[in-house]
Design a protein around this ligand. Structure first.
Ligand SMILES: O=C(O)C1=C[C@@H](OP(=O)(O)O)[C@@H](O)[C@H](O)C1
Ligand SMILES: C=C(OP(=O)(O)O)C(=O)O
Length: 448
């Protein structure tokens, strides 16, 4: 996936409403973690519903290179024979994490605790992203890093022989940084402590417990304090991966925007630290219902029913960003269709995703006749009241979420919307175009 041939794609408005039931692929965050935890557990971990997107396949390949047996048994069904905490072996070659920030940063945490040497790289997008945010705290464990200028990939790491537990207050809200510190803490004696001022997704904490580690989480005036007791024996445990709420966002917003639509997305993960988009869309007036709520594989899940609604612009508070960090591009598309102005506040972190998503989202809107402005770290979108002109070609900058957001916009625009490259959609949502076409009467996503 490092240099895929560009695949242009175009979306046009369907002749009628979107309708149907669908399931989106497995949660990307949980899938990466299931493979990594499986690799350092004792015994065999069976995973069901694993996301078979390029990002997660990179993690699977890396865990194999580090000595775990990772095997695909059937669609979404995988088996990992682990090596136990501290048991990973030195990889014979460079670890290429492709387009995936989560794979790179979490793996650096894991490598820090092993006395091995490894070299990591990624594609042109990942090589632009900051790694100092993990190499700084991980250095406190005794691991050594040699990075390219600006703390970027490629980098080399020599993990610590006698790792020390990390005590770190996160300077940015990042589940990847938190998780990297906790994964390093698996190999260290004593207690690893991470403090986050704003809670971020807690899949690492949940899965550590699921595999038998002792993790305490405490809300204090300083923030959320997470403590992990080091050197646990992780015991293999089955993992059932729910549908990814960040992928569900695309058919949900499409249904809200195309007149007369009703779409049900089944079996979506509803971890409260991931559901900021649902809260926000409801504040905009969206007709969203959750049915069949239950707990599966230790995570809350449900079916989301989305029906066409004329929405209104709102102000989205900065504190909500961690619970919907990957959903802002598609929220901006919903805001473009709404009546009135939407102001999304506190989006600095969007600048360091697969692309600079703050400017890529503003450009996506501008290319299609929607007024948008960036003020500081805020994105301000002037809603069109359901009359998005469209007609533009969007530069996706190797960013799957920019591509999918632009295509959703094309379903609800007066003229079709094209993207220069839809190839990166396969990092998180293989089958996206087929699934979206399945909701319409006739092909709506196709070659330009
Ligand atoms: O921990 C994770 O699985 C993720 C955390 C988020 O990144 P940050 O930690 O950089 O906010 C998110 O954007 C990413 O898609 C997945
Ligand atoms: C930011 C994302 O992923 P990652 O950081 O893993 O590349 C994403 O999927 O939107």
């Amino acid at each position: 996936m490092s240099h895929p041939a560009p695949r242009p794609l175009r979306a046009k408005a369907p002749a009628g409403p979107l309708s149907g039931r669908l399931a989106v692929p497995g949660d990307k965050s949980i899938s990466h973690r299931a493979l990594m935890f499986g690799a350092v557990a004792v015994g065999t971990t069976e995973i069901a519903g694993l996301l078979e997107g390029e990002d997660v396949l990179r993690t699977a390949a890396a865990m194999r290179a580090l000595g775990a047996e990772v095997e695909k048994l059937g669609p979404g069904a995988w088996r990992v024979a682990g090596r136990g905490v501290g048991g990973l072996v030195e990889p014979a070659d460079v670890l290429d994490m492709g387009n995936s920030g989560t794979a790179a940063r979490l793996l650096l945490g894991l490598l820090s605790g092993h006395p091995i040497f490894a070299v990591m790289t990624g594609d042109a997008s990942l090589r632009r992203r900051p790694m100092k945010r993990v190499t700084d705290p991980l250095s406190a464990s005794g691991a050594q890093f040699w990075t390219r200028e600006g703390g970027r990939l490629p980098l080399a790491v020599r993990g610590a022989t006698d790792p020390l537990p990390i005590d770190y207050v996160l300077p940015v809200a990042s589940a990847q940084v938190k998780s990297a510190c906790l994964l390093a803490g698996l190999c260290a004696p004593g207690t690893t402590r991470v403090v986050e001022k704003e809670p971020t997704r807690d899949h690492t904490e949940n899965m550590l417990r699921h595999f038998g580690a002792t993790v305490w989480v405490e809300d204090t005036p300083e923030g959320r304090v997470v403590r992990l007791v080091g050197q646990p024996e992780l015991v293999a445990a089955p993992v059932l991966v729910p549908g990814d709420p960040s992928s569900a966002a695309f058919p949900i917003v499409a249904a809200l925007l195309v007149p007369g639509s009703r779409v049900v997305v089944e079996n979506v993960g509803l971890n409260p630290l991931r559901t900021g988009l649902i809260t926000t869309l409801r504040e905009m007036g969206a007709a969203l219902r959750i049915e069949n709520e239950r707990v599966a594989g230790g995570e809350p899940v449900g079916d989301i029913v989305a029906e066409y609604t004329e929405m209104k612009g709102i102000e989205v508070p900065p504190g909500r960003a961690p619970s919907m960090i990957d959903e802002y591009p598609v929220l901006a598309v919903a805001a473009a269709a709404a009546r009135g102005v939407t102001r999304m506040r506190g989006l600095a972190e969007l600048r360091v995703k697969e692309s600079d998503r703050l400017s890529a989202t503003a450009a996506l809107l501008a290319a299609n006749g929607v007024n948008a402005a960036i003020e500081g770290d805020d994105l301000i979108v002037q809603g069109t009241g359901g009359a998005i002109p469209g007609g533009g070609t969007v530069e996706t900058h190797m960013d799957h979420r920019i591509a999918m957001s632009a295509l959703v916009m094309g379903l609800a625009s007066e003229m079709p919307v094209s993207v220069d490259d839809a190839a990166f959609i396969d990092t998180s949502f293989p089958g996206f175009a087929t699934l979206m076409n399945g909701l319409a009467d006739g092909e709506v996503l196709g070659a330009p």
